[in-house]
Structure formats: C-alpha cells, structure tokens
Ligand binder design. Structure first.
Ligand SMILES: C[S@@+](CC[C@H](N)C(=O)[O-])C[C@H]1O[C@@H](n2cnc3c(N)ncnc32)[C@H](O)[C@@H]1O
Length: 311
C-alpha cells in the first residue's frame, strides 16, 4: 500500500503561509513525497529540498514529484545534516522544515526490509541499506545486558530482561517471525492482551537502535531551527512518546529566553528566545483520519516559528 501522509491538512496550514512569497522548504523525511507534493502544489513559488536516507524512498518521491521537478532538489542524507546539505546547495536560509518521523508504509510493508513483525523477513531494519549495523547484529550479537538495555530504553518495555534472556537462549534468531515468537513467549500470558502485538515494543526498540533515530532527532532539531529564516516554521510529527519528548524539550529550550535568576535586576546571561511555540499542546489527528489511515493514530504534531526581524 502507498503511504498516506499524516495530518496533511495541518502541515499545509502551518507551512504554506510561510512560503507565500517563495523561498525554500526542507522535507527532511521525504518518504514517498506526500507532504512535499501538497506543499509544492499550494505554494507555487516555493522550492523544495527533499532529504531521505533511504534511496528507495527518494526514487518513489522523484516519480511522485515529477510535475514539480524544476522546483525540487533531492538529497540522500540523514536529516541531522540539514545545515550542511543546505550549505552544499548554496541555500542560506529556509522558510520551512518538516520532519515526519519514523518509517513509511512501503518500508513497513516490504517484508524483506525486516521492519515488521507481521511478515517473515530478514533481521535488517536499516533505513539506509548501506549502513553496516543491522538488526541481526543487535539481536544475535549484543551481550544480554546491552540487549536488555536497548529494549528497555527504546521500547519502554517492562519485560526487557526476560525478552533479552529468551533471545540469547534461542540464538541464532533466524528472522522477524522467529523473533516475534520468542518475544511473545517471554511475556507473561496475562499481560499479552494489552498494548497491541506483544513484539511491537521490542521491534520499535531494535529499529531505533539500528537507525540511531533518537540521536538523529536530538541533533537535527537545533540545526533545523538554525537554518530557518525569521518567520520560518519547523513542523515535527512524532509517533511515540520518546520522539515527542525530545521534540517538546528542544522546542521549549529554543523558546526560552533569559535564564537569569528572577531576583537579578538586569539580564547577564544574554540568552534570547529563538522561536515561539505554535502548538501549546500537540495536534492530534481527527477521528476520521484515524479511520482512513490507522497508522496516523499515534501521530503528534508540534511546530515552532523562528523569531527575528521579519517574523
Ligand atoms: C513517515 S515517513 C515520511 C513520509 C512522507 N512524509 C510522505 O508523505 O510520504 C519517514 C521517512 O523518513 C525517512 N527517515 C527517517 N529518519 C531519517 C533520518 N534521520 N534522515 C533522513 N531520512 C529519515 C525514512 O526513510 C522514511 O522514508
């Protein structure tokens, strides 16, 4: 199935006004180009820089964005490198950035990518098929303690120790269905009925470890904010609490001005707010969107606007 872009209307509402007079917008998670296409369609003067670390996604997006190709530049890279990508392209500042985090439907649906516990596939899970670390290295190679730490930290899985022990006992784990069975067997039967598929958290943890997803997000946000022109906007859509927490903190940090103690008569820290937060609470999809696109059910959108002379 193709990818249905989450919260599309809200993304358009937030980014299109900033592109009214043209300028560059960066889609750092281009995927199939769904968000990018809608932005280009509604912003006839905007130029797009589309980034993805998955070459297959770039190929699909290139085809989907063909009607706008004169206004599009596609780059295979990690979104944590947005400032250096822009420098290479000679772009000084941008009017908008979107990061729609995680994996796309095509990545999940292609069993050979190994992202899904639903189909049999190799233990791969790499967004960038050229990077050396893959899920089998973590599952079959990490020490039990390190494996448990990954599953606990990135899966927020309370049975991480039991799952890691079961994995180590059953090594080598052959493929995704074998792994899903082992995880299911390691979780107490009474708790299996809640929280979706019992392997969901472990698969999420392995994916985040393999792709360094949280580290990439953490280092990308300050760079994305730095790249914005005054009045430019950054929109982030996250799909689980770990991503949302990082985004919320980074936005709060960038929106905080002076950090001097309140009894100081004048500011000595010199800190100034870089952005204003546009979403006091995260924007969630409406009921109908979740019916049409169940993958969007966990989506949370947060956005900021860069402060400065033209804001
Ligand atoms: C949820 S999909 C984006 C879908 C897209 N918004 C659309 O409408 O088609 C996320 C995409 O971001 C890419 N991605 C995830 N983390 C990345 C990173 N750190 N750097 C570059 N691309 C990344 C994935 O390969 C995937 O194609």
């Amino acid at each position: 199935m193709g990818h249905i872009p989450a919260l599309l209307g809200r993304v358009v509402e937030l980014l299109v006004p900033a592109l009214e007079h043209g300028g560059v917008v960066v889609d750092g998670t281009l995927g199939s180009g769904g968000h990018a296409r809608a932005i280009l369609e509604r912003s006839p003067r905007a130029q797009l820089v589309g980034i993805d670390r998955d070459p297959g996604a770039l190929e699909t997006a290139r085809a989907n964005l063909r009607p706008y190709q004169e206004r599009v530049r596609l780059v295979r890279d990690n979104f944590e490198s947005i400032p250096s990508v822009l420098e290479r392209l000679g772009v000084e500042e941008v009017r908008g950035v979107i990061l729609d985090l995680g994996v796309s439907s095509p990545q999940l649906d292609e069993a050979h990518r190994g992202f899904s516990f639903r189909g049999a596939g190799p233990l791969d899970m790499r967004m960038d098929p050229e990077q050396p670390l893959m899920a089998s290295d973590v599952v079959n190679g990490y020490a039990q303690r390190d494996l448990a730490a990954v599953i606990r930290r990135y899966g927020e899985e309370r049975f991480a120790s039991r799952i890691a022990a079961a994995i180590v006992r059953n090594r080598p784990i052959r493929d995704t269905t074998h792994l899903a069975e082992i995880v299911k067997g390691a979780i107490p039967a009474a708790t299996r009925r809640t929280g979706g598929h019992p392997a969901r958290r472990t698969f999420q943890a392995l994916r985040l470890e393999v792709n360094r997803e949280l580290e990439a997000l953490e280092s990308a946000l300050p760079g994305a904010i730095l790249s914005l022109a005054p009045g430019g906007r950054l929109v982030v859509i996250s799909y689980h609490s770990l991503e949302d927490r990082i985004t919320k903190r980074a936005f709060a940090e960038a929106a905080r001005g002076c950090i001097c103690p309140p009894d100081f008569p004048v500011c000595v820290c010199g800190a100034e707010a870089e952005v204003r937060v546009l979403t006091r609470r995260p924007i969630r999809p409406r009921e109908q969107e979740v019916v049409d696109n169940p993958r969007a059910s966990a989506a949370k959108l947060r956005a900021v606007e860069k402060l400065g002379a033209a804001a």
